[in-house]
Write a protein that binds this ligand. Structure first.
Ligand code: HAM
Length: 410
């Protein structure tokens, strides 16, 4: 019986695991210097947590959620994103007494999308959220955090930051009606998928990559015509400070994001190196969300990044630690070999104990693995309580005491 992986899932091994861990390490560094606390929540939640907050007409809720009935008929969903579960957890555990609350989390998310390069059905996200402040400094700090994290992780990659403002709820409802009206008049020219969104979710048509829709979107009403004075001022402030801080960005008036909970600032960091799944980090402000989830009426802002997409852009990680291939030329010296291995590992030296007990085969295997050093143990080494250290690059070898080997390798 051969069991294949489920479509849209993948295993991490070798370099991918090293890269995943490097991302985790960098994230914990940023969480410390920006003072975020980690939170870990269950991977499944009540379906209600996602339905309304993400938008009953959003693609995620309509098509992509892994939802099933538990034995007692409760509807359960594998989390498709982390913002709502993190807020739910903050409410459930009374974490919102002292504000702002700054939380971060890393873990798997699940969306039943059509799998392709950079798009999976189980994928991993990094999330940073600030709950409880309207101050634009929080939007800016989060953008700077994302920018600095990406520059640090991917120093040679060109990554572009796009920002937009969705204004407040009033802006959004007026804009949505104006868009519906505009798209109704152009209905025949829109793609079939967009035609279905004219009434239910016209804002999402602006996100379409279909060439027919892109053309029509060019002349669609602009959200900036519907901003309140406050929204206008907030957005101008953010642009000014980002410019002053030399953060490069472009305004994309059609940037609307795929989830319903956003208002005011929205942003995305995109790469040209990944094809169509090009967004590395996306986020924005969600001022009414905590109240909608049954918590206090406090604002929030945050972002999420896709770990798989970041891994695809990272260079291979070279192990800095010297790896030693331990070769025992005959089984009768096994015990001495195990003792040597033990002594070296106590000094944190990485030992690969070779079970072949055959010098030629072991050396050829070590060369295949690209290992730099081998320790060879034969009769003379056992009798004199020493080892032979061989540099596989230069083929120079020397007999040494274990203490001297430790000195050389530390
Ligand atoms: P999102 O734009 O849906 O936002 O996802 C954020 C990031 O997750 C994307 O930019 C992408 O890198 C990654 N991602 C999404 N779907 C997939 C997939 N199927 N396969 C691989 N990677 C994927 C959110 O999830 C919001 N909760 C972000 C947020 C946090 N907004 C405020 N706070």
């Amino acid at each position: 019986m051969k069991i294949t992986p489920i479509r849209g899932t993948h295993d991490f091994f070798g370099q991918q695991v090293l890269k995943y861990r490097a991302i985790q390490d960098l994230i914990s560094h940023y969480s410390r210097i920006y003072n975020f606390e980690e939170i870990i929540t269950p991977i499944f939640e009540s379906t209600d947590l996602f339905k309304k907050p993400l938008g009953e007409n959003s693609d995620v809720v309509l098509k992509e959620m892994y939802t099933f009935k538990d034995k007692n008929e409760d509807l359960i969903t594998l989390r498709p994103e982390y913002t709502t579960p993190m807020i739910r957890a903050a409410i459930s555990n009374n974490l919102l007494e002292k504000l702002p609350k700054k939380l971060y989390g890393i873990g798997p998310m699940f969306r039943r999308e059509r799998p392709q390069k950079g798009r999976y059905r189980q994928f991993n996200q990094i999330n940073f959220e600030i709950l409880g402040t309207h101050d634009v400094s929080s939007d800016i700090e989060l953008i700077i955090l994302a920018n600095s994290f990406l520059q640090n992780l991917l120093p040679d990659k060109k990554i572009n930051l796009f920002i937009n403002s969705l204004g407040d709820k009033d802006t959004l409802s007026k804009f949505s009606s104006a868009l519906s009206k505009y798209f109704r008049e152009k209905k025949e020219k829109l793609s079939e998928e967009s035609q279905n969104k004219i009434i239910s979710n016209p804002i999402r048509i602006l996100d379409s990559k279909d060439p027919m829709d892109v053309e029509i979107n060019l002349n669609a009403p602009k959200i900036s015509d519907f901003y309140s004075n406050e929204a206008n001022e907030k957005f101008s402030n953010i642009q000014k400070i980002l410019k002053d801080m030399s953060i490069d960005f472009s305004i994309n008036k059609n940037l609307v994001r795929g989830l319903d909970y956003y208002c005011h600032t929205v942003f995305e960091f995109k790469t040209l190196d990944l094809g169509s799944q090009d967004t590395l980090i996306g986020g924005g402000r969600y001022d009414g969300l905590t109240k909608l989830l049954g918590g206090p009426d406090i604002p929030g802002v945050g972002w999420a990044g896709g770990i798989e997409r970041l891994i695809m852009l990272m260079d291979d990680i070279k192990s800095l630690q010297k790896k030693i291939h331990l070769i025992i030329i005959n089984e009768s010296f096994r015990e001495y070999g195990l003792k040597v291995a033990n002594q070296l590992r106590k000094e944190n030296i990485n030992i690969h104990f070779d079970y072949k007990y055959n010098l030629k085969k072991s050396l050829s295997y070590a060369n295949q693995l690209g290992v730099r050093y081998a320790i060879i143990i034969g009769e003379e080494e056992v009798q004199k309580n020493i080892c032979t250290l061989k540099d596989l690059n230069s083929n120079v070898q020397e007999k040494k005491t274990i203490e001297n080997i430790i000195k050389d390798l530390s």
